[in-house]
Design a protein around this ligand. Structure first.
Ligand code: SAH
Ligand code: MG
Length: 951
């Protein structure tokens, strides 16, 4: 507990972003051009002619007087800009970390920046802040030309950066920046009037007419007023947040209008927050400065000092803004932007306010993304990527950190070589992980457990550690899961999800005793530095501790209790039983609606609904009552039930008509009616079972089996029928073989594009590095059906067809066999398919995702097979006769083998394999008949050509 230790760098420095450093050095002489990067570059696979819908990528060119730099590609524009700035700094030999050392410089820079803001030149420039200066000239009397300091501190990026350099505490208490600006202004008495104790400043001498006149001419012509909807957040939690209308017109300064709504005469004492919610928004809080503003509220939450702030502190507004707000506050989306000289404005309704609140909770971004604030929950487990719906945990964690003004989370990934034993008994998972440094004497111990027929393979496994740090680099918490993952991304997602789960529990009950917080953390491999954590979340905790109605995120760790709460609800299920039922680990697709209904049932108000909402059963991805209901349904049935109302915040974040929803909620006779129809069930993936029960995973064992054969065969050409995402072709590239030409055929474009990408990246590396696959001269992927003839498939040394035939109807499987052996005639053909008899072992195994079939009802047809897409699964007998008939019809020999399990023990191998070999034939002549091209080349790579294009 409470280890900050190594993570906190000495002497807490703020890190200034590379862009900020460039800005300080070059100002407007630095220009950034961001461009979208086109498809073929972005999929990393030149020549792949399947259009990719992937996310847009951006690249940035930074032009400086002395050089121009092009960044790599990024998903976000701002990342591309920062990367370009960073590259420029490297080129210029400027080190951002040491650059920030000089606070005195920053103070001087601040003075000159403030002086510049009051210059003639700035008044005429295009800047959100210069619009305020111009607007101040429309103010009357003593207000003429006076600008609220808060505006200067908030709307000028350079000022913010400099203030943060002077004191990093500005991050948590932005009002400090105001004192810095005032202090700077005080050193410019001939230029600026700053009156002691006042929060506005004004130019000492009026702007000359030749500066002002052209500006008056181009004044926006909209003399009429506009009504902007905003919200008033009263300081007292007993008063509701309520709509207010701002009547703004071009002849008055909009901040004065806001000030009047807050009971002030004018904007002199108005403070403006940073943007709230999404970073790009113009939604901000406006409030009246308080004397308390300029004191750093104590970090000691348990101490007494905090009391003086209570009373007048506006907890809701402080929570949203992440800074102390006292008295009433206005939430409005209005202001000057870079885009136009006109005032930008948008209406803000109650729903947006409640969505902002939800967005700040650890599960909020997930719920909002799924557009299901009431029914969806952040799952407590991340099983496999393809079962996850909505934003991934890592992204949610990053959003959470940004929302709470923390540093970006730090992910540290370690890679471990693994001595994995091929587990031929197939019923247990056995993995031995050894860190590379202590890689001695371990293997024997394992071999002893295992009998004689295992092979030792080395694979990499990953572990991820996540750190959450404050902006000042204090370590708040650290999650170090002990689990290993086969994929790097899985370990990152899992660790992120653990952090989010813990934060979720914390957010549900800020009163939770320390021991409970710590024991929850222990269970999730998390260590919390409570002192720093409490300090960072002070606004959250004051908000929730003071508030009666807390936001219920509903996904606390100790699940079962939560489920029980809902068990007394009467569940009505309608429609005929179809026998297709969801089990743990399967994906359920539902259509649902949730309506507020009054006890008497006369009124009904739709709050939330979805036509197609898919989630993984057993991962708590929905409210417990939704999952309980769905678990009892079969496809096609509908369920109806009532539950108690969730928190008002959740309802208002979902409801379109807040006023109506509120009046129903307040009627006190109201519940929530759910209506759910189960549309579809997708069984747990075969893939998942193969990974969980076999080590190495069965799919890897199959590929390795084929690779062994290919290596020994001396073959120079290979075609993989039904290559899917290219798992075999890709593995082949890891070994030196005699192969010169490799080909894959499949009819899934999605899989083929994945295959193209991995092959492309490996093969292009082979050009400059001494890679094992350097013998390969050409690689081609075809979109085509392997039961259709194409003359380009003829005459290969080896054909492979792993786990494909069971995806076709049985007659098509025979057709494929005949076509390959009679027309394509490879010297060797390797075919693998599941052994149906082995399924009993898989079903008996205690794989968490496999639940026992519900009593009485037999399992549905689709559950009997390992994958819902399988059209059949054959016994050894069935496969044997298929293969022997084929072989004899086409003059091939055939032998049988397999992977997972063993030939000598019932029920044989988990995956059965037939190895066909072409028999010498006297009259064999390879027909070079006419060329028939029915497959489409979707990607092609050739060693020769690529080398040329590099020249
Ligand atoms: N051989 C791969 C993929 C197996 S999954 C591996 O071992 O990883 C089965 C694949 O067969 C899918 O990619 C599917 O698209 C493909 N497939 C099914 N019927 C096909 C057909 N008639 N022609 C070509 N590919 C087919
Ligand atoms: Mg299959």
């Amino acid at each position: 507990m409470g280890s900050s230790g190594a993570a906190t760098p000495e002497g807490k420095k703020t890190t200034v972003s590379p862009k900020a450093v460039i800005y300080q050095k070059y100002g407007s002489r630095a220009s950034y051009e961001v461009e979208e990067v086109q498809d073929f570059v972005q999929n990393g696979c030149p020549g792949l002619c399947i259009p990719q819908k992937g996310p847009c990528l951006y690249r940035c060119r930074l032009n400086l007087p002395e050089l121009s730099i092009l960044s790599g590609t990024f998903r976000k524009k701002k990342d591309a800009e920062q990367a370009a700035a960073e590259m420029a700094l490297q080129k210029l030999g400027i080190h951002p970390l040491t650059h920030n050392a000089d606070v005195r410089d920053a103070g001087e820079d601040l003075v000159s920046r403030v002086a510049y803001l009051f210059s003639n030149e700035f008044l005429a420039s295009q800047h959100p802040l210069s619009c305020h200066f111009r607007a101040s000239l429309s103010r009357e009397g003593y207000l003429y030309g006076s600008v609220p300091v808060s505006v200067i501190a908030v709307y000028d990026g350079k000022i913010s950066t400099l203030c943060k350099l002077i004191d990093p505490m500005v991050e948590s208490n932005p009002s400090l920046a105001i004192s810095f600006v005032l202090r700077a202004a005080a050193t410019l008495p001939t230029l600026i009037t700053a009156t002691e104790g006042q929060l506005w400043i004004r130019r000492q001498n009026p702007y000359p007419p030749e500066v002002i006149e052209p500006l008056l001419v181009e004044q926006p012509s909209t003399l009429g007023g506009v009504c902007v909807q905003a919200l008033l957040i009263p300081s007292s939690l007993n008063e509701d947040v309520k709509p207010v209308t701002l009547n703004v017109c071009s002849s008055n300064y909009y901040l004065d209008v806001i000030a009047q709504k807050l009971g002030e005469l004018d904007a002199s004492k108005i403070l403006v927050s940073r943007p709230i919610g999404k970073a790009s928004s113009e939604t901000r809080l406006y409030f009246v400065a308080s004397d308390l503003q300029f004191v750093e509220p104590t970090s000691d939450l348990n101490g007494k000092k905090l009391d003086i702030f209570e009373g007048s502190m506006n907890t809701r507004a402080s929570y949203l803004a992440g800074q102390g707000v006292y008295g009433g506050a206005i939430l409005a989306s209005i202001g000057y932007t870079w885009k136009s000289k006109d005032l930008f404005h948008e209406d803000v309704f109650l729903k947006l306010y409640y969505r902002m609140l939800i967005y700040k909770t650890p599960s909020g971004p997930y719920k909002l993304y799924r557009e299901s604030t009431i029914a969806a929950e952040l799952p407590v487990v991340f099983t496999i990527k393809s079962n996850w719906r909505g934003t991934f945990p890592k992204e949610i964690l990053c959003t959470f950190c940004r929302q709470h003004r923390l540093s970006e989370p730090v992910f540290a990934i370690s890679r471990y070589p693994v001595k994995a034993l091929s587990d031929l008994s197939g019923s247990q998972k056995k993995l031995k992980v050894t860190e590379s440094t202590e890689d001695t004497g371990q293997t024997n111990e394992n071999a002893a457990n295992h009998g004689d027929d295992e092979t030792v393979e080395s694979v990499s496994h990953f572990r991820c550690e996540v750190k959450v740090l404050s902006k000042l680099q204090d370590l708040l918490l650290q999650c170090s899961p002990k689990d290993f993952y086969r994929k790097e991304t899985d370990c990152i997602q899992n660790a992120s999800l653990k952090v989010l789960s813990w934060l979720s529990s914390y957010f549900q009950d800020f009163n939770m005793p320390l021991e409970k917080l710590n024991s929850l953390a222990d269970a999730l491999d998390i260590k919390v530095n409570t002192q720093h954590l409490f300090k960072e979340f002070k606004f959250c905790s004051t908000m929730y501790l003071n508030q009666q109605r807390t936001i219920k995120a509903n996904n606390c760790i100790d699940g079962p209790q939560a489920t029980e709460e809902h068990e007394h609800y009467l569940l009505r299920i309608e429609g005929p039983e179809s026998g297709i039922c969801p089990s743990n680990g399967s994906l359920a697709c539902i259509c649902y609606s949730a309506c507020l209904v009054t006890e008497v049932g006369h009124t009904k108000e739709l709050i939330e609904s979805s036509h197609e909402f898919e989630f993984e059963m057993g991962s708590r991805a929905v409210n417990p009552h939704v999952e309980t209901a769905v678990a009892q349904m079969s496809v096609g049935q509908s369920a109806f039930y009532l539950v108690d109302l969730p928190s008002q915040e959740l309802i208002l974040a979902a409801a379109n008509d807040s006023a109506r929803a509120l009046s129903l909620i307040n009627s006190n006779m109201c519940s929530l009616e759910y209506c759910i129809t189960l549309l579809k069930v997708t069984e747990p993936l075969e893939d998942r079972m193969e990974q969980a029960l076999f080590s190495p995973p069965l799919s890897k064992q199959r590929v390795d089996y084929a690779v062994e054969h290919i290596k020994k065969s001396g073959a120079t050409t290979l075609v993989d029928f039904g290559c899917g995402s290219g798992s075999l072709l890709e593995s082949l590239l890891d070994y030196p073989t005699s192969l010169r030409k490799i080909v894959g055929v499949d009819l899934s474009l999605k899989s083929l594009s994945r295959a193209a990408k991995v092959l492309h990246s490996k093969l292009s590396k082979s050009l400059d590095a001494d890679m094992p696959c350097k013998s390969i001269q050409s690689a081609t992927l075809y979109d085509g059906s392997i039961i259709v003839f194409d003359s380009r498939m003829c005459g290969f040394d080896i054909g492979t067809c792993l786990e494909v035939i069971e995806h076709m109807e049985e007659d098509q499987a025979s057709l494929f066999g005949d076509l390959v052996l009679s027309s394509f005639r490879p010297s060797v053909l390797i075919v693998s398919t599941p052994n149906y008899e082995y399924n009993v072992i898989l079903q008996k195994s205690d794989l968490p995702s496999q639940e026992e079939a519900p009593d009485g009802k037999g399992q549905s047809e689709s559950c009997r097979f390992r994958n819902h897409d399988h059209k059949f699964e054959w016994t050894r007998e069935q496969f044997g006769s298929w293969a022997r008939n084929l072989a004899s019809r086409n003059n091939y020999s055939v032998e049988f083998s397999g992977v997972g399990g063993s030939a000598d023990h019932e029920p044989g191998f988990a995956s059965q394999i037939a190895l066909f070999k072409r028999l010498p034939q006297l009259d064999e002549r390879l027909e070079d008949g006419e060329s028939v091209h029915l497959y489409n080349v979707i990607w092609e790579w050739s060693n020769h050509e690529t080398t040329k294009s590099f020249d």
